[in-house]
Design a protein around this ligand. Structure first.
Ligand code: EPZ
Length: 434
């Protein structure tokens, strides 16, 4: 087991490039199997969740060739009809996108139920409701979700909750039905739009992605395409808040500023200087930041995937801040670790009341999930002294070369190897991994 060792206290400074969006790449790679022609996908981030979805599509007979560090050629013409039950499938949430893709293409899907980050209950009732509305019979048996249809027909579907996953899954299946499907109360996230653009480049007819009503006219078949994935707004946001927490000066390239509006607005509100250009954003923090209130909401609201990172920054800001998590119920698990670093935070239900402290102090902490793990690294970068961050496999699910990119900004972070693989045993060999 590896862990990060971070010596905090250096303001981050410099320039970095953002990778492609993990949460766009997962459905796009799954949807690549919906044609028998070859699909080329560029700007795919090199993170473990992506390696897992690639392994899952390979396990059913898809031919995948990695032609460059971020480019894959995918050919789904030899898919074997049968259960998708690769080890990798069970590890990641995004594997449920194979249900929509396989159901749309073959009218039959049998996929292991996903796990994903442990951030609260993750029901899939809205996905199932959508598949059933399209005419599929859906059942859950032996840990698998099985969907079958003699024929899929367009339908009018109102989502009871705004769900990224359900919107994406229904969009995939509906693109290969007879007739028109209308999804109301659809998610508007940039990765929903990216998947729609990708499917349209394969010949699908999807309109309205990015609004809360999406219209999908089913087509007979989809064809090959070349497609480049949008930049990862959560990776970008994480570096923006790392700059803020360390009172640094960081320019983040290869981004779409529009996707970051809720983040730039909050950073400005608490006292950061933000400069935007066409595809970059510079975040400068020269003094102690001030407090604010934040509530996570579906896009274009403040993203739940940035809630731990902003809380770490507000933990160092003057005054009292209130952070309300309205999407996932267990997303404050990092707070106990942050309190061990000196934060003053009280969690009541889905709200964190944060009294800003002057400094965090380094200690040994454990990442409870992907985004919270990244947030704890930010806390360590801002803290006095040395911290060790354990269970970094969560962070590696979604951040490409996190320590390497942070080092280009001047951070003192190294990857070390645990002595006995246990997160409780903090005796580490001084063996530098990267
Ligand atoms: C996606 O998860 C992302 N995952 C999450 O990112 C992200 O936090 C989340 O969207 C919200 O933006 C991927 O894209 C792989 P939802 P997803 O369906 O699709 C409820 C990360 O760190 N709901 O939009 O699973 C659900 O409980 C990850 O990269 C139902 O009730 O999220 C939640 O309260 C973590 N029934 C809300 O909707 C359903 O059928 C939003 O969930 C589906 C969801």
């Amino acid at each position: 087991m590896n862990f990060y060792s971070v010596r905090g206290g250096t303001p981050l400074s410099g320039e970095i490039e953002i990778a492609g969006a993990k949460n766009a790449a997962l459905p796009i790679l799954a949807a690549s199997i919906m044609t028998d022609e070859t699909v080329t996908v560029e700007n795919v981030p090199d993170v473990s969740d992506i390696r897992a979805i690639i392994s899952a599509i390979e396990s059913i007979g898809t031919k995948v060739v990695k032609t460059s560090p971020h480019t894959y050629e995918i050919n789904g013409s030899h898919i074997v009809d049968g259960p998708v039950d690769d080890d990798a499938v069970r590890k990641i949430r995004g594997s449920y996108y194979l249900i929509g893709a396989l159901l749309g293409k073959y009218k039959h899907a049998e996929v292991s139920l996903p796990k994903g980050c442990n951030i609260g209950l993750r029901p899939i009732d809205q996905h199932v409701k959508g598949f059933r509305a399209l005419g599929a019979e859906v059942r859950i048996e032996h840990g698998m979700i099985v969907a079958d249809a003699a024929e899929l027909t367009g339908s009018h579907i109102y989502l009871d909750v705004v769900s990224v996953g359900a919107t994406i899954n229904i969009m995939m299946a509906a693109s290969r039905t007879k007739g028109l499907t209308i999804i109301e109360n659809a998610a508007k996230e940039p990765h929903v739009v990216d998947l729609a653009n990708f499917l349209n480049s394969m010949g699908a007819q999807i309109k309205g992605a990015g609004t809360d009503v999406i219209r999908i006219r089913g087509v007979q078949s989809l064809h090959g395409t070349d497609y480049s994935i949008i930049p990862d707004q959560i990776e970008a946001g994480t570096y923006m808040f790392a700059a803020a927490a360390t009172r640094g000066d960081v320019t983040i390239h290869s981004i779409i500023p529009k996707h970051l509006e809720s983040l730039t607005a909050k950073l400005r509100e608490i006292g950061c200087q933000i400069e935007e250009s066409d595809d970059a954003v510079r975040v400068v923090a020269t003094r102690r930041l001030s407090n604010t209130h934040v509530k996570t909401l579906p896009y274009p609201g403040f993203p739940t995937d940035m809630q731990p990172q902003i809380s770490v920054v507000l933990g160092l800001s003057s005054g009292t801040s209130i952070v309300t998590e309205s999407i996932f119920e267990s997303r404050f698990k990092y707070v106990d670790e942050l309190i061990r670093m000196g934060a003053q935070i009280k969690v009541e239900g889905n709200t964190a009341i944060i009294d800003g402290v002057e400094k965090y102090s380094g200690t040994s902490i454990v990442a409870p999930d992907l985004r919270a793990g990244a947030a704890l690294v930010i806390a360590a970068l801002a803290a006095d002294g040395v911290s060790q961050i354990h269970d970094i496999q969560y962070i590696e699910r979604g951040y490409e070369d996190f320590p390497g990119k942070l080092r280009t900004l001047g951070a003192d972070i190294v990857v070390l190897e645990e002595a006995d693989g246990s997160t409780d045993d903090l005796r580490a060999q001084i063996h530098r991994v990267s």
